[in-house]
Design a protein around this ligand. Structure first.
Ligand code: DC
Length: 293
């Protein structure tokens, strides 16, 4: 490393039997993910004439596995950046919003909302053990998709109907307790990128890297609108903006685990960043956290 802590190539000219030796260190993208690699090279001279011997030695170091907690407001691009990083470094990605959305879909299908939109708490409590949420990797997109009781619900949980009902469901204490316990089990082996609202504060307060993402409500509503349009799903900007603001309010004012930045989280306002800029920023924070920069 140089004085500023950056990795750099080093090469030295030497006398003696070695006419040249060199070494290179750094974090490189490899077919098995981002790895720390060191490589040494020596060129030697013999006594009865000049000949060269080259010895290359590669050492691939498995980088320390950590937990990366990414929290922030709805539709601020957390999942996109979390998913990309997980893919790049070979970590498991967990979208905890998808878990709250799956419980909401289950409650909608089971008729557990009354005409005024209130949740029938006792019925939901009794049915909690009927809810099984899992993630499976889509072999084509290489991205995880959400399954509710064995059914792929990845598309359905993103509908406006679910978005409108999910915040009150996420405020129910026994729903949070069940999902947080499942999330903590998923992180036992580390090597995990998890995004949500309370990951750095309640699920993994000991996470090695915590990021808190923000962006203005208007920018987030526009992104959500573009995303729905791209998927060919019905979308109205004003309605989405209202939903984003409403969810911000409920998520940050609820009694159980309200959305807030952990004291040791690094904040990122991505209102004016491109996806590539965000990705690079996150990659640098990851390398710092595992001690490779
Ligand atoms: O990230 P999202 O928009 O898919 O999340 C859906 C809802 O779930 C959102 O209103 C907040 C809630 N949520 C939560 O309370 N805690 C989490 N860890 C993740 C999501």
């Amino acid at each position: 490393r140089d004085e500023s802590g950056q990795w750099r190539e080093q090469q030295q000219q030497r006398g003696g039997p070695f006419i040249r030796s060199g070494a290179e260190f750094g974090a490189f993208q490899t077919p098995i993910g981002l790895r720390e690699i060191s490589c040494f090279q020596f060129v030697a001279r013999g006594e009865s004439g000049l000949y060269a011997m080259i010895s290359l030695h590669f050492k691939v170091k498995h980088m320390k596995k950590i937990i990366i907690a990414i929290d922030g407001f709805s539709s601020c691009g957390k999942s996109t950046m979390a998913k990309e990083l997980a893919k790049e470094i070979g970590y498991i990605y967990v979208d905890t919003g998808a878990m709250y959305r799956s419980v909401t879909l289950f409650a909608l299908r089971a008729g557990l909302f009354d005409a005024d939109g209130n949740i029938q708490r006792e019925e939901l409590r009794d049915r909690m053990h009927d809810i099984d949420i899992s993630f499976r990797l889509n072999p084509d997109t290489k991205r995880p998709e959400t399954f509710l009781n064995g059914e792929n619900v990845e598309r359905e949980i993103r509908s406006m109907e679910v978005s409108e009902r999910v915040s009150p469901i996420a405020a129910v204490d026994f729903v949070r307790a069940a999902l947080v316990a499942q999330q903590q089990r998923m992180g036992r082996e580390k090597g995990l990128v998890m995004d949500g609202r309370d990951i750095g504060t309640a699920v993994f307060p000991q996470a090695e890297l915590k990021i808190f993402v923000t962006a203005t409500a208007e920018v987030r509503a526009q992104r959500r609108f573009d995303e729905l349009q791209e998927k060919g799903m019905p979308a109205c900007y004003d309605e989405i903006l209202r939903n984003v603001q409403e969810r911000d309010y409920i998520d940050s004012h609820r009694e159980v685990s309200p959305l807030r930045k952990a004291a040791d989280a690094i904040e990122l306002d991505n209102s004016h960043l491109t996806l590539a800029q965000q990705q690079e920023w996150l990659r640098q924070r990851y390398l710092e956290a595992v001690g490779s920069v």
